[in-house]
Design a protein around this ligand. Sequence first.
Ligand code: FE2
Length: 159
Amino acid sequence: MSTATQSHTRTTSCTTAITEGLKHLLANTYTLYLKTQNFHWNVTGPHFHSLHGMFEEQYTELQAAVDEIAERIRALGCFAPGSFREFNTLATLHDASGTPRDMEMVKQLLKDHEVVIEQLIALMPTVQSLQDEATQDLLIRRTETHQKTAWMLRSTCGE
Ligand SMILES: [Fe+2]
């Protein structure tokens, strides 16, 4: 196969609804990972110790998720986006602006996890209809984890 044909094949097979959805999911998960680590570093106030620790648990989990989502994209034969430029284009979540107060950090993260849960649920019917069970399994596990994290954040800020 010529290089031109290979690159054509790659482009064609890598714009499916599933791989496009996974690229957006990767970008949002990476953005949320960075924001959670940012808050781990910069949180202040009387709840410092517990929030610093909770954010560390959350960004560590998100870091592992980023790797798993990217490698699922590779397993489907596509290249995974891996630059801030690409993530900025693909992500629907936004970076933190400035350094919010502690409970504002919790509320912002809660909102972001809820956005990712909606994104996961929206992608599910496509994955089911194409019978991609491995991706479906990944999406189910990601949904469960984001829902659990959202519950913890919701309970922390009393919303
Ligand atoms: Fe740390």
